[in-house]
Design a protein. Structure first.
Length: 214
């Protein structure tokens, strides 16, 4: 089997497995549990439009999870098939941000390419944040000012309650839509954000609005 699962899909599967474990520890009615098992399996399978029997079998076994240990074993099996983020070279990064003189490179060693949907890093000295996403083989980059919020809030990318900061992209922002020129709150730690993110579309949307691609 080749890798076929995106990072955001893996995170979604992880979330569903957790909901199922919680269900087992709180629901005693077999009917309720059976319904939860079926809906968990359906939600996981619905992420994928066309997959082979082997892939389907791997994913479908999510319904057999009863406790935390089983969830961990299942997720370890599934994780082997996560598609890594495409390699970005230092020269590609320079090309994405041609006007930046002192460009800070990401910490590649601290970033697991199997755990990211976008590559994001901070330049604390100049209070800037960099984000790179892969649009079907084309890398696009966003750079903007970033000020930590010092209190938790909802991130525009992963939609979870996290340590966030205000990201103000250095681009003409659209006046309509969800993302405004006033800036957007996103996670301070992009690697953590990536581990919670369940929708690649949200990331692409974010770029498309800020880069006026739409
Ligand atoms: Zn986030």
């Amino acid at each position: 089997m080749e890798p076929f699962i995106r990072n955001d899909h893996y995170n979604f599967i992880k979330m569903q497995a957790k909901i199922l474990v919680n269900g087992h520890s709180s629901a005693s009615d077999p009917g309720v549990l059976n319904a939860l098992k079926a809906s968990t399996q359906e939600k996981v399978l619905s992420l994928f439009e066309s997959i082979g029997d082997e892939e389907r079998e791997l994913l479908a076994s999510v319904e057999t999870i009863k406790d935390k240990e089983e969830a961990e074993l299942y997720l370890a099996r599934v994780k082997k098939y996560v598609i890594p983020f495409r390699t970005v070279s230092e020269s590609t990064i320079k090309k994405l941000f041609p006007k930046v003189k002192k460009l800070k490179q990401p910490d590649f060693e601290a970033t697991n390419v199997h755990e990211i949907t976008y590559l994001g890093w901070n330049d604390i000295g100049s209070e800037r944040k960099y984000i790179i996403a892969d649009f079907d083989g084309t890398f696009r980059g966003l750079r903007g000012s970033f000020k930590p919020n010092h209190k938790k809030g909802i991130c525009s990318l992963c939609n979870t309650h996290s340590e966030i900061g205000l990201f103000f992209a250095e681009t003409k922002a659209s006046k309509d839509g969800n993302y405004t020129s006033r800036g957007n709150y996103i996670c301070q730690d992009s690697n953590e954000c990536n581990q919670k993110l369940t929708s690649q579309e949200k990331v692409h949307d974010f770029f498309e609005h800020l880069l006026l691609l739409k």
